[in-house]
Design a protein around this ligand. Sequence first.
Ligand code: ZN
Length: 221
Amino acid sequence: MTHYSHTLDAVPQTLPVGKVVCVGRNYAEHARELNNPVPSEPVLFIKPSTALVKLEQPLEIPSKFGACHFEAEMAVLIGERLTGCNEQQAATAIAGVGVALDLTLRELQSTLKEKSLPWEKAKGFDGACPVSVFVGVQNITDLQNQQIQLRQNGELQQDGNSADMLTPVLPLLVYISQFFTLSPGDIVLTGTPAGVGPLAAGDSLEISLGNLINVKTEVVS
Ligand code: ZN
């Protein structure tokens, strides 16, 4: 497995590689496609730093735990410490924006959910968070109007817009920082739009965020 480090505006960063805080069901249509209720407040979970790999490199997915689903998501790179922050502090702490895959062992997750057990094994395994290079926040005019698309073998599977987040980025960072201090180098995944599905070895993937980021990658077993 390749060693991960952050890249921002094509420059390798000295920011530490930290945790990844994720939000589940942040798009109503995606909650519905998995027969989950639309939550009244953010559903949070964490992937460890060992889940991070570079999206641009071939993706190694586990083969012995059932289906591994893609979830394309806008990723936010944190540049300053946030604890119990307000929206203004959250806005100035964002270093950059990228795209990530919240890889999910869906069958294992369903089994764990049925038993009311935590999801960690299904969401936090090694390689479970491929993430792109980041674009500096100064280059982004509107975080909440970015198209998030994923093509699998040329077919458009996910086509959502960050405008449809139930909890937009700034209130999401405020909410997260009430529970988990966000440190420089941490990443926040902001939820997936509808259209998630299983990956297979040999798949080619193209993932984009507006006209900011476009990554082509492939799946290996
Ligand atoms: Zn997700």
